[in-house]
Design a binder for this molecule. Sequence first.
Ligand SMILES: NC(=O)c1ccc[n+]([C@@H]2O[C@H](COP(=O)([O-])OP(=O)(O)OC[C@H]3O[C@@H](n4cnc5c(N)ncnc54)[C@H](OP(=O)(O)O)[C@@H]3O)[C@@H](O)[C@H]2O)c1
Length: 323
Amino acid sequence: MGSTPSFPRLSIPKDTISVVTGGNAGIGYHTAKWLAMMGGTVIIACRSEEKAKQAIQQMNEEFTEKQKKTPGIVDYERLNVEFMFLDCNSLKSVMNFVEAYKSSGRKLHKLICNAGIGLQDKLSYTEDGHEQIFQVNYLSQFLMVSHLLPVMKESGPDCRIVLVSSRAHERCSFDPVDIEGKKYSEPKYDTTELYGRSKLYQVMQMYRLNEILKDTNVTVLSLDPGIVKTPLLNTFKRGALKVLIPMLQSFGGTKSPFEGAWTTLNAAVNPELAGVRDVYFSDSKPKASTSTSKKKSHQRAVWDYTIDSLEAYLPDGVLQDLQ
Ligand SMILES: NC(=O)c1ccc[n+]([C@@H]2O[C@H](COP(=O)([O-])OP(=O)(O)OC[C@H]3O[C@@H](n4cnc5c(N)ncnc54)[C@H](OP(=O)(O)O)[C@@H]3O)[C@@H](O)[C@H]2O)c1
């Protein structure tokens, strides 16, 4: 993947704070590690404290003396990476995260919505009654963003929300009266369709949020990281992809998790993207998202459904900021 644009290595002040959801593994792990190696303070928001602590230890072990001599990388004794609990299967867990974050009094400069699940073998619902892929990949992180916007607005210039979507958003259908995809639930469960939709809604969220935030210091970008060798990719090895993905892997058509983090890192730190909105990146390069994702009436339908679904968790003050 030598021709894939990378990301600028630059020094990030220690008091620049990033939250990376799902920062304990895969693309999120490398995103968090590099944000910290460039000097920032990073909170990995994860559902397993044990996995998160192991990840932080591994990041520090990989942060070697040799790397510390690389331009753009800090020479701290230890990386500033911390764990906070977040389980996107539960809206209550999201609210606990939000409350804990707000009561820490910290600023927030980069919010990387990366946590996600891939294709599932069977239909599952969360404790909140939502189809699991819809909630984990989209709804829960929408709630987190909504509550953390006031913090970001008070955190100084060039604050960014990065929504890690997927090229899968290009291949799903859209139905404004069936946003959650009930048609693709029982008896004909279509997990590919539901995954694609969760990723489509993230791209739509970018467009709608940027409209709302246009006069503020907070910008929103979204992206496709490419085809990246992680456990999530393995869930796609079914149907025609069962053959295609291993073929791609053997011909070097897939990325390592580190390479998979480049597009996210570029969106989060590239100074040329300060103030830039509404760009969907693939391989660190701008790419047109689908016409479906750009259609305003579709965006509104998803937005309204989302707000209705989160009604119990969006007090008036937060709702006002979303209008
Ligand atoms: N890999 C690809 O080819 C590819 C392509 C396009 C887009 N993406 C997107 O890239 C993002 C990262 O995926 P990845 O490939 O790096 O997959 P991964 O290695 O499986 O990592 C997924 C991360 O999300 C976390 N997560 C899952 N469910 C969660 C929950 N309920 N609450 C909090 N965290 C949760 C996982 O935590 P646990 O370790 O606890 O499970 C893990 O940290 C996803 O949004 C995915 O849709 C990936």
